[in-house]
Design a protein around this ligand. Sequence first.
Ligand SMILES: [Zn+2]
Length: 227
Amino acid sequence: MAAATHFGHCQLCGALQKLPGGRLSLHGYTTRYGYFSGVCRGARHLPFEKSYHLVLDAIDNASKQLHDTLDHQAALRTHVDETTEAKTRVWVEDLRTRKHSYRWENVTLVAERRDHEGGTNLDMTPYGPWFSVRYSYTSSDGKKHDNITGAQPYEAGNESLSVEELRQKTVLKINGTYADWLEHEVDSLRRYVAWQRERIANWTEQPLLEVKPKKDTSAFKPTEPRY
Ligand SMILES: [Zn+2]
């Protein structure tokens, strides 16, 4: 059994970790949301120096996830009907930490005709429908919150659209922004599959590291979201 003073690299993410009982200790990804988040499933398994049996499955899973994400992006950009919700970033407060952050939530868009009110963002559509964005979210203390904000409608230009058509175009516009945001996940998954394939192409068993190197850059770094 390897002592916990030895180090090895994770089969799944490449992070350098201590090896209590010869297995990787618990560790996680730092990028929030999506495939590369939470506790790494390579924890409690043999290091890459001794085994690559997790990698083949990881390549399969990431390829499937990539395929699903591409499908999801395409659907967000094209699919809309009278029941489709929009996915948008909303500003929420964590009541326990009092910190605000953006998070993606499914929201419903409701068309409302508003009277012109000077000095507010309702100026955008003084005579047409304005869209209320209604959303609920659960904060870390378990409480549910119902909120309303606004959305800038799709610019109809010379098109003559019904209110429902305008709502659907607005949903597509909003969901398109979310689909663009998912690009970092697509990029990560493509790079991950290529990285793992290259890593196992010439795999041979290696000794564990007895000393932790000062600098180790072998961990896979997921692409950060642009916003
Ligand atoms: Zn890992």
